[in-house]
Design a protein around this ligand. Structure first.
Ligand SMILES: [Zn+2]
Length: 336
């Protein structure tokens, strides 16, 4: 199977972690950062290619990447290259998500608006690649509620160039604490997707239930651990909620013991709407085609399975209907 030739939709890809190693090496060098210039050493010390041994290592990797996204010029360039990557992967509709707080952290010269405008310039410059691009604004669950509100307000102010909000990272507040902010975002016309049910915790499916019932999520980032809860699976089915499934990511974060033991096939068999995504391709040293190959080799995915997952992803994409339709038929001018 030629995976690149399959027309694809990707709904769950973190822009900050969608990068070319060569660019990070080059930018790091120009910034005077201690970035390995040997590709193998870079892969060993800057990427996450084996299941996490501890959180500290993982956090350091993210901090390293955070330091790279440090100027408007670099942000624009890396966004442009991420769009080029999407085109190369055969992706026709791509929803990138990013966290303004993550990029802005410890960079007083970068406001949220400057970051967003630089990303928009990168997307606009990449229109030559004919990929419809949507942007999702992330609120980190680790933020104080006041900071979370500030970020939501920023996303709402830019409602014309964001399609949705997402909540990511380690949960520190109950989802109910975000209800009024999310209601405000929804009223402004934004969709909601939420990272939930990713880790194999006893309350994994309760998280998914709350994301849907309390915050009105239309899609769930990961959500794979509903597999053990028939009630929540039924809720997901009845509300036509799509799961944004990222097999390699789930293995690397120890959410599943191996990619071969991933519940993706069982979720599909249970009638859950599943889409195929890469999460953090640059950071994991993978690409979306790698996930397709893995699903073919380890879970027997056929072309019909891929087509079905992509049809679901087209329907579940938060981009406007006309843009989706054009892009999916191969006609396209880029979205936003
Ligand atoms: Zn994610």
């Amino acid at each position: 199977m030629n995976y690149k030739e399959i027309p694809k939709v990707e709904l769950h890809c973190h822009l900050e972690a969608c990068f070319r190693p060569e660019t990070v090496m080059e930018v790091g060098r120009s910034l005077g950062l201690d970035v390995p210039q040997d590709p193998h050493e870079f892969r060993r010390n800057w990427l996450l290619t084996q299941p996490l041994e501890n959180l500290q290592v993982a956090l350091q990797r993210f901090v390293d990447i955070q330091r790279i996204w440090c100027s408007e010029e670099i942000i624009e360039r890396m966004t442009y290259e991420a769009c080029e990557y999407a085109a190369d992967q055969g992706i026709r509709i791509m929803e990138f998500r990013y966290s303004p707080d993550f990029i802005a952290s410890e960079k007083p010269h970068l406001t949220f608006q400057k970051i967003h405008d630089a990303i928009l310039r990168g997307v606009s410059r990449a229109s030559e690649f004919n990929v419809a691009i949507g942007l999702i604004g992330i609120v980190q669950k680790t933020l104080s509620l006041a900071d979370a509100e500030r970020t939501i307000d920023f996303i709402i102010e830019n409602v014309d160039t964001f399609v949705a909000v997402d909540f990511a990272d380690q949960q520190t507040h109950h989802f109910a604490s975000y209800k009024s902010m999310v209601d405000k975002a929804r009223k402004a016309g934004l969709f909601v997707t939420i990272h939930a049910g990713e880790e194999p915790l006893p309350n994994a499916s309760d998280e998914v239930r709350a994301a849907i019932e309390v915050l009105g999520a239309k899609r769930i980032g990961h959500g794979i651990h509903i597999i053990d809860d028939e009630c929540v699976m039924s809720l997901v089915r009845q509300n036509n909620i799509a799961l944004e499934v990222c097999p390699t990511s789930n293995w690397l974060t120890n959410s599943v013991p191996s990619t071969g033991q991933h519940p993706i096939r069982r979720l599909i068999e249970a009638g859950v709407a599943v889409t195929i995504n890469s999460d953090d391709p640059g950071l994991f040293g993978i690409d979306l085609c790698h996930e397709y190959e893995l699903l073919h080799n380890q879970h027997g995915f056929t072309m019909a399975d891929f087509e079905r997952c992509n049809d679901i992803a087209v329907a579940q994409s938060f981009l406007p209907e006309d843009i989706k339709k054009n892009a999916w038929s191969g006609g396209v001018s880029a979205g936003q």
